[in-house]
Design a protein around this ligand. Structure first.
Ligand SMILES: Nc1ncnc2c1ncn2[C@@H]1O[C@H](COP(=O)(O)OP(=O)(O)OP(=O)(O)O)[C@@H](O)[C@H]1O
Length: 227
């Protein structure tokens, strides 16, 4: 796989890259027909996400199907795949398993991502529904996992906007690396708002040079604890 983020400029590059990666077995291809019990579980600005069982087993996967794979979105999708694969050895990061063809009826073959399924959904929803029943130890444990995951991503040179924090049983899982950046990139793009506004360090809005961008993520973490 010779392409890097700079060489994926349009949807043709993306299709070529995925097909080459599948044929060289760098990425596993899952036949969509082998999934059963496909259920929609959520959607965001770019994609719809489904849960599905593999070959009638109890093993559940999440399938992320993009609304519109065009020249503008392929870079984010490619980034998501690249960054997630780099760090998904970590227990607190959603695993990238491979690709399948899109669930949509379409003339053109469209690839969807097959990723680990987080059974309890988003941390936000989980806390809303369970906050009263959680002990301080449970809350400490969730906060600890979140901080630990962020710290491990920093060690790998990646900043995650913490826009998508999921829960699988008692384990925090960071997902959706489409908006994540390498630390050196964030230092060069001070003017760009990074992540969700409520969790964004206000200092990012005033163009202050030489601000360490890991710090903006620490701000996001503190805001998360307000949930
Ligand atoms: N692996 C997963 N397991 C369980 N639910 C998930 C998973 N991935 C995503 N979801 C659910 O689907 C929703 C949409 O997913 P996601 O945020 O990745 O889509 P997106 O279009 O890239 O979103 P965004 O607009 O935030 O970039 C999430 O908020 C979450 O509720």
């Amino acid at each position: 796989m010779s392409n890097n983020a700079e060489t994926i400029n349009n949807s043709n590059d993306w299709y070529k890259w995925v097909e080459e990666a599948i044929s060289k077995k760098h990425i596993k291809y899952y036949e969509i027909e082998n999934f059963s019990n496909i259920q929609e579980i959520g959607s965001g600005g770019f994609a719809k996400v489904y849960s599905a069982n593999w070959k009638n087993s109890h093993k559940c996967y999440a399938i992320k199907s993009f609304f519109n794979i065009n020249d503008a979105t392929v870079k984010a999708i490619f980034r998501e795949v690249q960054l997630q694969r780099e760090v998904d050895f970590h227990d607190n990061v959603i695993r990238f398993y491979g690709v399948t063809t899109s669930i949509k009826e379409n003339q053109r073959k469209e690839y969807s991502l097959v990723i680990e399924y987080a059974e309890n959904g988003t941390l936000r929803k989980y806390l809303k529904e369970n906050f009263e029943n959680l002990t301080w130890n449970d809350k400490y444990n969730l906060a600890f996992q979140l901080v630990y995951a962020v710290s491990c991503l920093h060690d790998e040179g990646i900043v995650h906007p913490l826009n998508n924090v999921l829960i699988h049983r008692d384990t925090v899982k960071l997902a959706d690396f489409g908006l994540s950046k390498r630390i050196e990139e964030t230092s060069n793009s001070q003017s760009k708002v990074f992540g969700m506004i409520p969790y964004t360090d206000p200092k990012i809005f005033i163009r202050k040079r030489n601000r360490n961008n890991n710090q903006t993520e620490v701000y996001s973490l503190n805001k998360k604890s307000d949930v």
